[in-house]
Design a protein around this ligand. Structure first.
Ligand code: CIR
Length: 260
């Protein structure tokens, strides 16, 4: 099955991004734009058909499209992001999402959900109880997904922005996680690789077919992933990391030809 992605160009206002768990540092916008272009090129080199959406000058965090929607094979769910400043990004992405999924549901107020908190592994959908995603929204997501035999599991977490800051899947059997930010026992059904002790942000990697796309900033964690038998492509996303993003957040990945 073919892999597709929706990506959005870096906003010229990215320096005004939301920050929660890291301090503000100057962001070089031109460099961020080049790094994002390299990220998109890496996706394409891995066989992903990328649709690039235009930058939104009024929306500092809009490059982080992952937070605005969650795409399943059967349907898409438009989110209601936890940060007020990010809510308008959802209406902006909606036409592109509706173009690739015929059925589109939406998280309603007062629930809040960031796509960065949603980790799907097979038919399990783990959702982080982060500062951005509420129990109310997780209940809505469970109801939306009930007809499709997905199992929605809420995951307590601490110390980081999103669930996928703390854990992502390398395959259907193996997760990469930082045990400081969640209870690793939640993922006891999976083989576990831990982030290197001095690379706490390294758990956010993107699984593309059999390959792993990850930031180049985490060589020790990369070595552990490679030792476990996974092929890795690394990209420099240092400017995006200053906006508290990494690699999953910059794309909405989905399988299959657009059906809309
Ligand atoms: C925010 O705080 O919302 C953005 N500055 C970063 C969002 C990163 N999103 C993600 O990892 N899914």
């Amino acid at each position: 099955m073919s892999l597709h992605a929706l990506c959005r160009a870096v906003s010229p206002a990215i320096a005004a991004c939301e920050l929660s768990f890291i301090g503000r540092e100057p962001i070089d916008v031109d460099r961020a734009v080049r790094q994002h272009a390299d990220y998109v090129a890496a996706l394409r080199a891995l066989g992903v058909a990328v649709t690039e959406l235009p930058a939104l000058p009024e929306q500092p965090d809009s490059v982080f499209v992952e937070d605005t929607a969650v795409l399943f094979d059967e349907l898409a769910v438009l989110t209601r992001p936890g940060a007020d400043s990010r809510r308008a990004e959802v209406d902006a992405i909606a036409p592109a999402v509706q173009a690739v999924r015929a059925q589109v549901a939406r998280i309603d107020a007062p629930g809040t959900l960031d796509g960065g908190d949603v980790l799907r592994i097979g038919r399990r959908v783990y959702v982080g109880l982060s500062r951005r995603s509420s129990p109310e929204a997780i209940a809505q997501l469970a109801e939306i997904l009930a007809p499709y035999a997905y199992r929605v599991l809420a995951v307590p977490m601490r110390g980081c922005l999103h669930l996928k800051s703390a854990v992502t899947a390398l395959s259907d059997d193996t997760v990469l996680l930082n045990p400081a930010w969640l209870d690793a026992a939640v993922f006891e059904d999976y083989l576990q690789i831990e982030t290197a002790p001095d690379e706490p942000h390294a758990a956010n990697v993107l699984r593309i077919g059999g390959r792993i796309l990850m930031p180049s900033a985490f060589p020790a964690t990369r070595a552990a992933i490679e030792d476990a038998g996974f092929a890795v492509t690394a990209v420099d996303v240092s400017e995006l990391q200053k906006a508290e993003g990494a690699v999953t957040c910059c794309s909405l990945l989905f399988e299959g030809a657009p059906d809309g």
